[in-house]
Write a protein that binds this ligand. Structure first.
Ligand code: IMP
Ligand code: MG
Length: 174
């Protein structure tokens, strides 16, 4: 099926908002050290840009999770395909996500990370589709709330493509 991508949030706007969030996080965590956890692969572009604008000392780790079975309908059952390299016990942890859709993946992840007893655990997402939420998720920092459309770019993919687009776009199927 042929598809094209229409710009939803232009590059300058995405970057400007990420810089703002970085400044806010720097204020909120002043005097502390922050441990960023990025979910692969979609969160990588956002985390890199965000980290450049955080002024408190920080470290990073990566985790890869995927929903079991059907990829278009989230089952709510989540599998860790790459776990963190380091323990998070007693650290100030901030999870950095590309997008929250149903909330299934994150609500599972947050619960699992809480069991590891971090000093604090907060959540930052570039995009949020609130209309689609099925499981409640407490989001501390949101880049943009977007309508219920399938989006790509800035780390987000359609069939593994378009992650490298410097803007957020809507996929249109012709
Ligand atoms: P959730 O568990 O339903 O919240 O699913 C979140 C995951 O689904 C995200 O981390 C993305 O990998 C994927 N996803 C949800 N919506 C989109 C979209 O519009 N474009 C690309 N990936 C999406
Ligand atoms: Mg993701």
């Amino acid at each position: 099926m042929a598809e094209r991508v229409e710009v939803l949030i232009p590059e300058e706007e995405v970057n400007r908002r990420i810089h703002e969030i970085g400044e806010q996080i720097s204020k909120d965590y002043a005097g502390r050290e922050l441990h960023l956890i990025c979910t692969l692969k979609g969160g990588v572009f956002f985390m890199c840009e965000l980290a450049k604008h955080i002024t408190v000392p920080l470290t990073m780790d990566f985790m890869c999770v995927s929903s079991y079975g059907d990829t278009t309908k989230s089952s709510g059952v989540v599998k860790i395909t790459k776990d963190l390299d380091e323990p998070i016990m007693s650290r100030d942890v901030l999870v950095v996500e590309d997008i929250i859709d149903s909330g299934n993946t994150l609500s599972y992840m947050i619960e699992m990370l809480q069991e590891r007893k971090p000093a604090s655990l907060k959540l930052c997402t570039l995009l949020d589709k609130p209309e689609r939420r099925r499981k409640p998720v407490n989001v501390d920092y949101t880049g943009f709330e977007i309508p219920d459309e399938f989006v790509v770019g800035y780390g987000l993919d359609y069939a593994q493509r378009y992650r490298n687009l410097p803007y957020v776009g809507i996929v249109k199927f012709e």
